[in-house]
Design a binder for this molecule. Structure first.
Ligand code: 5GP
Ligand code: ZN
Length: 113
C-alpha cells in the first residue's frame, strides 16, 4: 500500500514545505489544529515509534531539535508549543509513517483528548 508521507517526501504529492535536509522534511499539516501545526517526518519510511532502533537515536534527536527551531522561527519558543508523536490506533495515529506534530499559538489542554 502506498505511503502518503513517502509520496510527499518524493514530491509526488504537494505539501507546504517548512524545512528540508538530507534526513528530514517538515511541512504544514493539511488540517491544522493550532495556528502552528507542522509535521516533521524522516525521509526514510519508519511506520511507528515501535519500529525505532538505537540507529535512529540521532534522527529522533534531530526531529526534536528541528521542532524547537521551527517554534523559535514562528515566535512560539518562549510562550510554549507542543510536540506529539501518536503511536498506533488508540493514540490516533492515522498515517503510518513516523511524524512529529509541532503545535503552537494557542492554549493547550492537559490531559490531551
Ligand atoms: P496522525 O493522526 O497520524 O498522528 O497525524 C496525521 C496528520 O497528517 C493529521 O494531522 C492530518 O491532518 C495530516 N495529513 C493527512 N493527510 C495529509 C496530507 O495529504 N497533507 C498534509 N500536509 N497533511 C496531511
Ligand atoms: Zn512512508
Amino acid at each position: 500500500m502506498p505511503c502518503l508521507f513517502c509520496h510527499i517526501v518524493e514530491g509526488r504529492i504537494p505539501a507546504s514545505k517548512v524545512y528540508e535536509d538530507a534526513d528530514l522534511l517538515a511541512f504544514n499539516d493539511i488540517n491544522p489544529q493550532a495556528p502552528m501545526h507542522v509535521l516533521i517526518v524522516p525521509k526514510a519510511h519508519i511506520a511507528t515509534a515501535n519500529d525505532l532502533t538505537v540507529e535512529h537515536d540521532i534522527l529522533v534527536g534531530a526531529m526534536t531539535r528541528r521542532a524547537a527551531a521551527i517554534a523559535r522561527e514562528r515566535g512560539y519558543h518562549a510562550s510554549g508549543y507542543r510536540t506529539v508523536l501518536n503511536c498506533n490506533a488508540q493514540a490516533g495515529q492515522t498515517v503510518f509513517h513516523l511524524h512529529l506534530h509541532v503545535l503552537g499559538g494557542r492554549d493547550m489542554a492537559w490531559p490531551p483528548g
